[in-house]
Design a protein around this ligand. Structure first.
Ligand code: F0G
Length: 468
């Protein structure tokens, strides 16, 4: 939300503002420095373990935290909470078919519910699942099904300073190398994320996806689309890829989806609902198998873990998520935050991503070795400074290799400042910028961390730390 009285702009610069106004607000609590120091200690230096009441500006995630529109709230009142055949399911199904192209839809409680069903059906023990960088829950479900994830994203994605416009692209030569090594029959599908989260919210180009389509057709391998942030990806294609400047985000979203065979969706992001997801596909047999499993893990195939009212809000949210003006304001706010930080010399991942700004923790804390989790330490320090909650996306999130138990040491050791959709104002962004700069000035005082307790899986969620 723009606060232009604080912004200086030249006559030629085109300014933008959000395509909405505010009808209801939620009051925030401001804490003292001493309260925050105690809170982070109690949370074991893990921002996931902070109480939301102790947070001033919450940039932990963009998941389930967007602001719904009045229309979505009106839709909530139209919930048909029938156990079977809810009218909201059919509205949601038709919207997904119309906007995302997929034929069959299986609702799930959120994205990882869809990942579970997908992996159990398509991944066999000994299989390899290539993807344009891993996502935490996605990789875990592939591994639980006996598969091994293989990273096939272009090298530029691992370099925070590379300004490649499509750092989410797949490197087909890495796929060729995998086929040479294990054979195409060991690859059930290529997992393609739009706007790759762990790479810094970086898009894949339509050109690259088209090439991948041909590559997969030639080898009879499916493409499964992690479409969690597909609309943001479509916006970047519109802005950056030749031939797309005159196409709408809505058209580009459809074209992206139509190049793939199936999809998992965490719909509490792009589509601005608080909970929900789905698995979608074009193959009827796969759909049948998914219906068999959804009743085991989620609920009947016409609600799959979602309330009728949530399916209605999702159907409406999808239509809002692909509006050009919405997307310009959404990504525009992320770019505003990123540019203000970069201007002040804060090392961030470039280009600025679609849902978040990622700080390069290694560059900010060169005195902390990666074994002492600099991104985790930086996230904790940011909370203490001004009550801004952010998330580690580095060695802690990467976890351990399931065979060797060695820590993965990713090239990217990042802190993610994630922007909920339609929630914070530009003035909030200015507070965040000031806090990051203040923490950077005193970076040498920040200490490394070691685990005090380490869960076996997805350790970043519940692990606790102590200062080294
Ligand atoms: N895929 C991607 C790319 C995601 O970012 C997420 C969730 C999921 C799958 C899993 O979906 O949470 O609905 O089960 N990302 C959140 C985040 C948690 O903060 O990045 P889910």
């Amino acid at each position: 939300m723009t606060n232009q009285s604080q912004t200086s702009f030249s006559e030629t610069q085109k300014v933008w503002a959000e395509p909405f106004k505010i009808k209801m607000v939620e009051l925030l609590k401001v804490t003292t420095l001493e309260e925050r120091q105690q809170a982070i200690k109690n949370a074991g230096y893990n921002t996931f373990l902070l109480k939301s009441d102790d947070v001033y500006i919450d940039l932990l995630t963009d998941s389930g935290v967007g602001a719904m529109s009045d229309r979505q709230w009106a839709g909530m009142m139209m919930g048909d909470e029938a156990y079977a055949g809810s009218s909201n399911f059919y509205h949601m199904e038709k919207t997904i078919q119309d906007y995302y192209s997929y034929k069959y839809i299986v609702p799930t409680h959120q994205g990882r519910g869809a990942e579970n069903i997908l992996s159990q059906i398509l991944v066999k023990p000994g299989d390899y699942v290539p993807g344009n960088m891993y996502f935490t829950t996605t990789r875990l479900h592939q591994e639980l099904a006996g598969g091994t994830f293989v990273d096939v994203i272009i090298d530029e994605a691992h370099d925070p300073l590379s300004t490649h416009p499509f750092k989410g692209n797949v490197d087909l030569s890495k796929l060729d190398a995998l086929v040479d090594k294990v054979g195409a029959e060991k690859i059930p599908y290529v997992c393609v994320a739009t706007c790759v989260n762990m790479a810094g919210g970086q898009p894949i180009s339509m050109g690259n996806l088209r090439e991948l389509r041909v590559w997969c057709n030639n080898r009879n391998i499916r493409i499964v689309h992690d479409m969690t942030r597909v609309a943001e990806n479509a916006y970047f294609i519109q802005q950056r890829e030749q031939g797309y400047a005159d196409k709408s985000v809505k058209e580009i979203v459809y074209e992206l989806c139509a190049l793939t065979d199936a999809a998992t969706m965490s719909s509490n992001k792009d589509a601005m609902v608080n909970i929900g997801g789905f698995l979608a596909m074009n193959d009827e047999k796969f759909y049948d198998q998914a219906c068999d499993l959804v009743v085991v893990y989620e609920g009947l195939h016409t609600y799959g873990g979602m309330a009728g009212r949530d399916m209605e809000a999702l159907a409406i949210g999808i239509t809002e998520s692909v509006q050009d003006a919405h997307m310009q304001a959404r990504v525009g706010q992320v770019e505003y935050l990123g540019n203000e930080l970069a201007k002040r010399g804060v090392p961030i991942v470039l280009p600025i991503g679609g849902h978040a700004v990622f700080l390069d923790a290694r560059a900010i804390l060169p005195h902390i070795p990666q074994e002492q989790y600099p991104a985790q330490a930086l996230a904790a320090a940011l909370y203490v400074d001004a009550g801004v909650r952010v998330m580690e996306r580095g060695a802690v999130s990467a976890g351990r290799n399931k065979q060797t138990s060695e820590n993965y040491m990713p090239k990217l050791e990042l802190v993610r400042l994630t922007l909920p959709r339609r929630v914070y104002t530009q003035a909030h962004m200015d507070v965040v910028v000031q806090s990051v700069c203040r923490v950077m000035e005193q970076a040498d005082k920040i200490k490394g961390l070691r685990f005090a307790s380490e869960p076996d899986v997805l350790r970043f969620f519940r692990g606790t730390f102590e200062e080294v």
